[in-house]
Design a protein around this ligand. Sequence first.
Ligand SMILES: [Zn+2]
Ligand SMILES: [Zn+2]
Length: 318
Amino acid sequence: MLTMHCISIPTPYPVGPVNAYLVKGEPLTLVDCGPDTPEGREALTAGLKEHGTGPEEIKRVVITHAHPDHSGLAQWIWQASGAEVYVHPYEYKKITGEQDFIKERLPFIVKMGIPMRVLIEMAGEKDILPRSTLSEVSIKPLTGGEKLNFQGGAIEMLHFPGHATGHICVYDQESGNLISGDFLLPHITPNPLLEADPEDPSRRYPSLSRYLEGLDFLEGMHIKRALPGHGEIIENPGEVINAAREHHHKRFGVVLDILEKGGKMSTYQISSAMYPDLQGFEIFLGLSEVQAHLDVLLERGSIKLEFSNGVVHYMKVN
Ligand SMILES: [Zn+2]
Ligand SMILES: [Zn+2]
């Protein structure tokens, strides 16, 4: 049976360390790799050494999604070993340096009724981590459904969007282990980040709808254990799936209550009511969270919208 070893790697993000997983088997495979910082390189090297190996022996790297805490060291490993690097095509732009994070989302953000000074504050804050780059690596595409074979086992790639459009989870049917990246986390739900739909960039991607569908699908899989991108191993995936669903159910209620009291409100107004103290990039995270819930409520017919003077306002349907 394939064994999966967790290597914890520090990140400067509030979420704390990120988990990389070494899948011990031939060819030696790493799922996620940590941020490209001196501390990240050191922790990954030390973790691999504990398992009798090093970056130069890694033959395959699977990236769950392009966020720099998960993907940063992929090019460094490739430089050390020539490893094959697997990523979902929806994540390519984020990882090859072609995409401007705020610019791509600006057409959606301006309709949220955000004051200019807040927009400037939000867009002006730089990520603490350098953007991952795989500019030199020829990336192998993963769209979900592929199997990566080992001597004596195989892992299956599953597409679970919601937190990122090209998020991949890695499943070992034999052991029932699922490397869940940021899709399933022990104590928090991932932000359903605002992104353009990769198939039609003029539209917002329905992040939360896809996420909730993913939770249902995951529940049907009867996974034994989830190995998350942050935090400890999840021994009770069913409970964590239910808690994530419950969390979003409550959030829908909070958004509806705010609209009940406020009447007609923009995404920014709802976000300011829900999260009054956000600063810098956190403002974007708050807007993402609120917009994702509004999109689902709209789909369900619980709210309606009105578009005037370039801003979308939402109202409760009674
Ligand atoms: Zn992430
Ligand atoms: Zn993460």
